[in-house]
Unconditional design. Structure first.
Length: 81
């Protein structure tokens, strides 16, 4: 009898797990890359996705692909090594 109780509880646990929505994986952003603005010490960049990103003291930190691609396409910016 105890096996039947255990199997019933095990099946209920498995069914509960299967009914739950899948866990959404969250991508881990890479460490930010610091870029030097060779033209301005202070300005605001408007990205293609509509975000405004500030440049302060001639530096900007980029950690997402949209900003990295934007900075790499403009010769005003160089990554610091």
């Amino acid at each position: 009898m105890s096996n039947a109780k255990f199997e019933g509880r095990a099946n209920a646990s498995v069914e509960k797990i299967l009914d739950e929505p899948p866990v959404k994986e969250v991508p881990i952003d890479p460490a930010p890359v610091i870029y030097c603005d060779n033209v301005y010490t202070s300005r605001t960049l408007i990205l293609p996705d509509g975000r405004a990103v500030p440049v302060a003291k001639g530096r900007i930190a980029a950690a997402d692909t949209v900003l990295l691609e934007f900075l790499n396409q403009h010769e005003d910016f160089n990554p610091l090594e």
